[in-house]
Design a protein around this ligand. Structure first.
Ligand SMILES: Nc1nc2c(ncn2[C@@H]2O[C@H](COP(=O)(O)OP(=O)(O)O)[C@@H](O)[C@H]2O)c(=O)[nH]1
Ligand SMILES: [Mg+2]
Length: 391
């Protein structure tokens, strides 16, 4: 187990170490089957030992709804709560037209919920579920990005810190990875999709201070490696040095998750949990949340009508309708749904009973009617026979 060094964050600028510690909300996103759920589990296995929530089954199941797994990362006196937001993959739905909608709505909703909390007279403790980074999984095709990737990333990049990664990079050769990275960077640039990049402070490069130079080198190294190529695994094997490592096993050997010669997993983890944690939190609050707030207020004033949200950068108005994406409301919603279903069932039952009663009543009346008709017949016959007698 590698020491993450949270307590010694070298580039920590924001004040994130409060009494309760910090909160980091990380979301994974992308097509189905690219290893998003596996990545979360890999991060647990390599880093996040204490898990608050339900332990996941080892067998991977299809992620069908937004699922939040909570963990606490503790080192020395520093405590970081990590919420990992697993999302359903694209391609699971028949209609992939707006595959991004669920994740985009989720991000908007968290901003909205935070905004509402800020508007309360007492805003002591706020639930901060704002998404600090979205890790976007790209299929390791080696040639390009799909339209759905571009459309989704456009929308994500204006709302949160976007970190694209090449998924399952063990399926590509080293050369293919280099070319693919180059290609992806070009496409992102062409579409003006902004991804999260460590700030490069030129003054640090020239600084005499060794610490600053190191941090500059580190930032440059991360930027050059982007988009990170990653490998996920939930299993450990013994490597050639006799050490147990998280890896994927092939007939020709191991692909080690935490080996920097094999993939960028460690770079990504370092960025997220150590060197740029503060930047992720800061930019979320100062840029993405602010943008959301401003647009919401502006749109609110202009009272834009529904359906004009074609501009991908503009958050959709009136998010109250989507409370169901907020897990906090999920339980309540389920209870309401159950109540409603029960009511409908009871009502249906009542209706059936009523219907049955009517049927019974009708057959009884029919029976009565028959009886009366028989009586009429009988009387008619009596009348007839009387008339005959009278003659
Ligand atoms: N080759 C390879 N397979 C992976 C990797 N990560 C996950 N997988 C496999 O891909 C399949 C789908 O993984 P899953 O995490 O469910 O994908 P999700 O739909 O994105 O959540 C599983 O069989 C995983 O074992 C990886 O880095 N490399
Ligand atoms: Mg999944």
């Amino acid at each position: 187990m590698e020491y993450i060094g949270l307590s010694q964050l070298p580039m920590q600028r924001a004040k994130i170490v409060s009494e309760e510690g910090g909160i980091l909300n990380l979301m994974v996103c992308g097509e189905s089957g690219l290893g998003k759920t596996t990545f979360i589990n890999t991060l647990f296995a390599t880093t996040l030992k204490t898990r608050e929530d339900h332990p996941r089954d080892n067998a991977i199941q299809k992620t069908v709804q937004i699922d939040i797994v909570r963990a606490i990362l503790e080192e020395s006196n520093f405590k970081l709560r990590v919420n990992l937001i697993d999302t359903p993959g694209f391609g699971d739905n028949v209609n992939n037209d707006k595959a991004w909608q669920t994740v985009v709505d989720y991000i908007d909703d968290q901003h909205d919920s935070f905004m509402r909390q800020e508007q309360q007279p007492f805003r002591g403790t706020k639930f901060d579920l704002r998404v600090h980074a979205v890790i976007y999984f790209i299929r390791p095709t080696g040639h390009g990005l799909k339209p759905i990737d571009i459309e989704t990333m456009k929308r994500l990049s204006t709302r949160a810190n976007l970190i694209p990664v090449i998924a399952k990079s063990d399926t590509l050769t080293a050369d293919e990875i280099l070319q693919f990275k180059q290609r992806i960077r070009q496409v992102l640039e062409y579409h003006q999709i902004r991804i999260f990049t460590p700030p490069l402070d030129e003054s640090e490069e020239a600084a005499d201070n060794e610490h600053e130079q190191i941090s500059f080198q580190h930032a440059r190294r991360l930027i050059e490696a982007m988009p990170f190529h990653i490998v996920g695994s939930e299993r450990s094997f013994q490597n050639s040095a006799g050490k147990m490592v998280v890896a994927r096993k092939y007939p020709w050997g191991l692909v080690e998750v935490e080996n920097e010669n094999h993939c960028d997993f460690v770079l990504l983890r370092t960025l997220l949990l150590r060197t740029y944690l503060a930047d992720l939190l800061e930019t979320t609050n100062n840029i993405h949340y602010e943008t959301y707030r401003r647009l919401r207020l502006e749109i609110g004033l202009k009272d834009v009508s529904e359906g004009k949200d074609e501009d991908p950068s503009i958050p959709i108005k009136a998010p109250a309708r989507k409370l169901s994406h907020n897990p906090a409301y999920k339980q309540e919603e389920n209870a309401l749904k159950k109540y409603f279903t029960d009511q409908v069932k009871a009502e249906e039952q009542r209706f059936r009973q009523w219907e049955q009663n009517i049927v019974n009543e009708r057959s009884k009346l029919n029976g009565d009617l028959e009886e009366i008709q028989q009586q009429v017949k009988k009387m008619e016959e009596q009348v007839k026979s009387l008339q005959i007698k009278m003659r």
